[in-house]
Design a protein around this ligand. Structure first.
Ligand SMILES: Cc1cc2nc3c(=O)[nH]c(=O)nc-3n(C[C@H](O)[C@H](O)[C@H](O)COP(=O)(O)OP(=O)(O)OC[C@H]3O[C@@H](n4cnc5c(N)ncnc54)[C@H](O)[C@@H]3O)c2cc1C
Ligand code: FES
Length: 251
């Protein structure tokens, strides 16, 4: 079930985020994810952040598993399985893509696949902005919470400004859940189609254990990308998630 891939290149993207490039002959769609296993440490879900000859994971150091991954270097090996889940449905209509923090990792292959997209890249501060120079053919807007670069404020506030100026046929988003919830609410209120990629604690990654459930949807198998119709049914969105033991905890 697992296969071993060799890390070909490591790039420090921000003080807390590194990218790992590897060769793998799987054929993921934008928005899909893999389960990454560091033997003796942990297994965790990771979105695919580039789908080229070299594939890429872009990882924020959070706990033991991601810290162990940050210690890996060129020539080291990773055990992976996947791709899993339902990715983004692309559109030919003008789209707005809103990414906060490592949410940009999930969105990067989608942005490259879209013909006509404006992009909001958001982070707490300028140093944590991800992939600002990666989309030269797209209109890129920057938002930082502290105003150190671009719009001062939340990505959702900037998204509301852009949505009021231009008619978008689809909004795509991934990032911190309060940001996703705010953007979904804006889109539902204005009747704009929206697709959001969600995160929940995952164990199996293939729809068996139920640890990733949100209002009866399994994020690993039914998502991680959900439509506005599904998101509108999720009363737990932005409010509740499950911890590793399955207990419901506040977000
Ligand atoms: C579908 C999917 C795609 C993801 N893609 C990326 C990505 O591209 N880049 C990236 O940096 N991260 C991504 N994540 C989040 C990543 O899986 C977690 O950061 C990772 O599991 C933390 O593992 P750890 O062993 O370092 O931390 P742990 O020690 O296991 O946990 C440390 C903290 O992280 C939290 N955490 C644990 N698992 C998750 C999780 N699944 N989601 C959110 N928080 C979690 C814990 O609640 C705890 O507070 C993704 C998550 C999902 C579900
Ligand atoms: S992680 Fe097991 S059902 Fe989703």
């Amino acid at each position: 079930m697992y296969r071993v891939v060799r890390i070909e290149k490591v790039v420090q993207e921000t003080p807390s985020i590194k990218s790992f490039y590897f060769v793998d002959n799987s054929n993921p769609a934008p928005g899909q994810f893999y389960m990454v296993w560091i033997p003796g440490v942990d297994e965790f879900p990771m979105s695919i952040s580039a789908i080229d000859d070299l594939k890429r994971f872009t990882v924020k150091k959070i706990g033991d598993g991601t810290a162990a991954m940050h210690n890996l270097q060129e020539g080291d090996r990773l055990w992976i399985r996947g791709p899993y889940g339902r990715g983004f449905k692309p559109t030919d209509e003008p789209a707005l893509v809103v990414g906060g923090g490592t949410g940009m990792a999930t969105l990067a292959p989608l942005i490259n696949a879209l013909r006509d997209a404006d992009v909001i890249i958001a982070a707490r501060n300028e140093k944590e902005l991800l992939f600002v120079d990666e989309f030269p053919d797209k209109e890129v807007h920057i938002a930082t919470d502290d105003g150190s670069r671009g719009f001062k404020g939340f990505a959702s506030e900037l998204a509301a400004v852009l949505i009021d100026k231009k008619e978008y046929g689809m909004v795509y988003t991934c990032g911190p859940e309060p940001m996703i919830k705010a953007i979904v609410d804006i889109c539902l209120a204005r009747k704009i189609p929206v697709q959001a990629s969600l995160e929940r604690f995952m164990k199996c990654g293939i729809g068996v254990c139920d640890s990733c459930s949100i209002n009866g949807f399994r994020v690993c198998a039914d998502g991680p990308v959900f439509s506005e119709k599904e998101l509108a049914q999720m009363t737990e969105l932005g409010k509740w998630k499950r911890d590793p033991s399955g207990m419901k905890v506040k977000i």
